[in-house]
Design a protein around this ligand. Structure first.
Ligand code: KG4
Ligand code: ZN
Length: 352
């Protein structure tokens, strides 16, 4: 089954064709990062306009590349309907609806966060295949991106329940805001990652590890010790910078310490979740922050110690892309057919 996936929830215009849920036949991503860089963050109206300009070309190339690889026909068209920026989501959603109507292919509406959790199962056509998800096994999911930091119980592939999450900023946001504060550029994640990698993990400043107050999380029906808060860490960084005149503190040491605080708080909650849930098949990690080299190392060590398999996407599938939308659609028909035709952009769509 060949599915075209379309993704425009934030600042990537993306489309891909995926065969049987995991084999990526074509994958086209146009990133708007240079457009938003001058503003230090994504400007929704500019994002939407840029999606409109590029969507036709990106979808056209994904289909043409798939044809060149032997795909004759599309069986379904999958599209992100949330969460994300409303004017950006609408561009992809309308393009997908139009295409489904004109071709007669089935329309599938997909949750962006769930799609990130499918990325470890994606592989390029012609490269070594990755084992597909085990449909009858339970997993622990960690969705970690610019908008989300969620620990998700997956009792069976396709069933999700958020058991912990950030109570304020997402991990990616914490990276981006620190980078802005330190004048290091946008997006912050890759910049901070590189600086921290070169500095190492010796002699770090003890920034707070982000444990939220008990009770706050319990209100939302989440497990309090699986929640995290990054606002205290952000304030600690601000105070640290204010206390030191520019030039009188070591930027690399500060960045490495800040990153370590994020990584260790994420690892801590993940360890707690893994120990609480016995008999899980693997930890699935997805989202832009899963590109972070320190996080990858720390989670690999953690999973080895806990005796759990770690499933992380290849770097090319970590950021937003259409392949994760098309791939998940094969397994998880979130909203399909006529219902999908009626679906609206849902900016604050949750998972589980
Ligand atoms: O998944 P994604 O592309 O978009 C959302 O769904 O949000 O994630 C983007 C986020 C940004 O905050 C970016 O700074 C972060 O992922 N990011 C990283 C790294 N690469 C991207 N964070 C930490 N380390 C990285 N290497
Ligand atoms: Zn994303």
């Amino acid at each position: 089954m060949n599915i075209l996936g379309i993704e425009t929830s934030c600042d990537e215009t993306a489309a891909a064709v995926v065969r049987d849920g995991c084999e990526v036949v074509s994958n086209v991503v146009y990133t708007q990062i240079p457009l938003h860089r001058q503003y230090g963050g994504v400007v929704p109206e500019l994002a939407s306009r840029s999606h409109v300009e590029k969507i036709g070309e990106v979808i056209g190339k994904a289909i043409a590349d798939a044809r060149a690889a032997g795909v004759e026909e599309l069986d379904a068209i999958a599209v992100t309907y949330g969460p994300g920026l409303s004017p950006a989501l609408l561009v992809g959603l309308n393009a997908a609806k139009g295409l489904a109507m004109s071709t007669g292919a089935e329309l599938v509406a997909i949750n962006h966060i769930e799609a990130h959790l499918h990325t470890p199962f994606l592989y390029d056509a012609g490269s070594e295949a990755v084992p597909p998800p085990r449909l009858d096994r339970s997993y622990l999911g960690l969705a970690i991106s610019g908008g989300h930091t969620n620990w998700i119980d997956i009792p069976r592939y396709g069933e999700y329940r958020t058991i912990g999450q950030t109570l304020d900023d997402a991990a990616g946001e914490a990276f981006d805001k620190a980078s802005k504060l330190l004048g290091l550029g946008y997006p912050g994640g890759p910049v901070l990652d590189k600086i921290a990698r070169e500095y190492g993990t010796e002699n770090l400043i003890p920034f707070p590890k982000g444990r939220p107050r008990e009770g706050v999380a319990a209100l939302d029906g989440l497990e309090a010790d699986l929640c995290v808060s990054f606002s205290g860490l952000k304030t600690a960084l601000l105070r640290y910078v204010q206390r030191h005149d520019s030039g009188s503190f070591d930027v690399a040491q500060t960045v490495a310490s800040y990153q370590e605080a994020i990584v260790q708080s994420v690892a801590d909650r993940t360890r707690t979740a893994l120990r609480r849930r016995r008999g899980i098949e693997a930890l699935i990690v997805g989202g832009g922050v899963s590109l972070n080299s320190r996080l990858r190392t720390v989670l690999a060590d953690l999973c080895e110690r806990e005796g759990v398999k770690l499933l992380m996407a290849k770097p090319k599938f970590c950021g937003d892309n259409g392949a994760m939308i098309a791939g998940l659609a094969y397994y998880r028909r979130n909203v399909v057919g006529d219902d999908a035709m009626r679906v609206d952009a849902t900016p604050s769509l949750e998972i589980g």
